[in-house]
Design a protein around this ligand. Structure first.
Ligand SMILES: [Zn+2]
Length: 174
């Protein structure tokens, strides 16, 4: 992967250690908000900051788990991250969400919002296709919340009935 590549410019570089106070901003993750602690990184005179990141597969898996199991709204960047982790092309992946490839591209680029339902489908399809055993429980919870939504949609109906005295009353199923 690109991010483990050794930075070979000839400028001087300063070795640093990423701490909770001064973490390494992991921008190569494709996400704007991922920080790493407990690794060495180099501040180069050319302006670039490079880290040699070990166990990158496990790291990316943990980031994906966090995104999938979080109750926050999914961002376009996170959606792209999940798609890339699954190794899916946009044309194929868009079908899982009921999008066209063009819509998926706009959503991933943050130019279009996407519904809670599409967010749930994205999370659920990651659980299904990643085959990460840690996400089985998460998949069940997402399914449960989809089922509850369907139930609540029915409940939100207001049904009124004309009674024998020609007055309206709340309809109660027998
Ligand atoms: Zn450099």
């Amino acid at each position: 992967m690109e991010m483990t590549e050794i930075h070979n410019c000839r400028n001087a570089r300063v070795e640093k250690f990423a701490t909770p106070e001064e973490p390494f901003h992991f921008t190569d993750s494709g996400l704007p908000n991922v920080y790493l602690v407990g690794i060495k990184y180099f501040d180069c005179e050319c302006g670039s900051v490079v880290a040699e990141i070990p166990a990158i597969k496990q790291l990316m898996q943990l980031i994906a788990r966090d995104i999938v199991s979080s109750p926050r709204d999914l961002t376009g960047e996170e959606l792209r991250f999940l798609r890339k982790r699954l190794g899916k092309k946009a044309t194929e992946y868009s079908k899982y969400l009921g999008f066209t490839a063009e819509t998926l591209s706009r959503v991933e680029n943050g130019k279009q919002a996407f519904s809670i339902q599409a967010q749930k489908l994205a999370r659920l399809s990651y659980c299904a296709f990643s085959e990460d055993p840690h996400l089985v429980e998460c998949a069940k919870m997402i399914l449960q919340s989809i089922l509850e939504e369907i139930k609540n949609r029915k409940k939100s109906r207001i049904v009124l009935e004309m009674d024998a005295n020609r007055e309206w009353r709340e309809f109660k199923a027998a």
